[in-house]
Design a protein around this ligand. Structure first.
Ligand code: CP
Length: 308
């Protein structure tokens, strides 16, 4: 089945994207990485509305737009918007949609991006809603996996750390169901992958296993996807103290790994990957972050109808 037209589409969850859609976005991202198109989005305006902190997602969305010749308006913290006066997200997005051509947003509340999309006909691109979804991160993750493994099908992928609150792993696990991956989830019991994701994997007959130690899986996987323990989502600070630093990847862990293993991380990292890993051939998290630029350029060009 070919990809549906992207024009004016919202991307709120990876479930909004078919396998063909994902392949199309990755193909366009590859083209734009190879051959920049500095005039493609001339006269288009993107609103960049970040109600929650971000470095990579916000700056790569904004740079993506500007490098394609478009312009950016917006804010990087909720306190400077009228949400601080009590304005509803619905009202705010309805108004912003009258000013711009596309909206990239991040918000701490799960479901907020979907709510925003209901208020405007302009495409809304979810840059993360609470612990729910981070679909554009998944696009750059898949792009990076393809770059390093030369395929997406049939890979062994381990996800490590805070799988309960980590929206990047929720989106990535869902997306990998299209590609017959075998998944290994490494987390303390209290931070394991939510049951609704495991149910989705079962329904799609995706093989997965649950672990508490990195050593149980590291020598057999192609991708080791480390994540940060999401301090901001814990209700009990003592739980965070117990969970933080539970996984710290060091060079010793890499002694017997597959040659093609790549270590990925959506970043920011705190202590999950020792800096000594950065210089190994397995580290790929900085290149991964760069790829956010191309994945987001592709998505912007597609939803604005400038690439078909
Ligand atoms: N990966 C990611 O979402 O990073 P930021 O929080 O810096 O946007």
């Amino acid at each position: 089945m070919p990809a549906k037209s992207f024009r004016d589409r919202d991307v709120i969850s990876v479930k909004d994207l078919t396998k063909a859609d994902i392949q199309k976005i990755l193909q366009v991202a590859q083209q734009l990485k190879k051959k920049p198109r500095p005039e493609l989005l001339k006269n288009k305006v993107m609103a960049s509305l970040f109600f929650e902190p971000s470095t990579r997602t916000r700056l790569s969305f904004e740079t993506a737009m500007e490098r394609l010749g478009g312009r950016v308006v917006g804010f990087a913290e909720a306190g400077v918007s009228s949400s601080s006066k009590g304005e509803s997200l619905y009202d705010a997005m309805k108004i912003v949609g009258q000013y711009v051509d596309v909206i990239a947003m991040r918000h701490p509340v799960e479901g907020s991006a979907r709510r925003a999309a209901e208020s405007t006909d302009k495409p809304v691109l979810n840059g993360g809603d609470g612990a729910n979804q981070h679909p554009t991160q998944t696009l750059l993750d898949l792009f990076s996996i393809y770059e390093t493994q030369k395929k997406l099908n049939g890979l062994e992928v381990a996800m490590v750390g805070d799988l309960k609150y980590g929206r990047t792993v929720h989106s990535l696990a869902s997306a990998l169901t299209h590609f017959g991956a075998r998944l290994h989830f490494v987390a303390p019991e209290m931070l394991q992958m939510p049951s609704y994701i495991l149910e989705e994997l079962k329904a799609k007959k995706i093989k997965y296993s649950l672990h508490e130690e990195i050593d149980e899986v590291i020598n057999k996987v192609d991708i080791l996807y480390m994540t940060r323990i999401q301090k901001e989502r814990f209700t009990d600070p003592l739980d965070y103290e117990r969970a933080k630093d539970v996984y710290v990847l060091t060079k010793d862990h890499l002694a017997k790994v597959k040659k093609n293993l790549r270590v990925m991380h959506p970043l920011p990292r705190v202590n999950e990957i020792a800096t000594e890993v950065d210089a190994t051939p397995h580290a790929y998290y900085f290149e991964q972050a760069e790829n956010g630029l191309y994945a987001r350029q592709a998505l912007l060009a597609l939803v604005l109808g400038k690439i078909k």
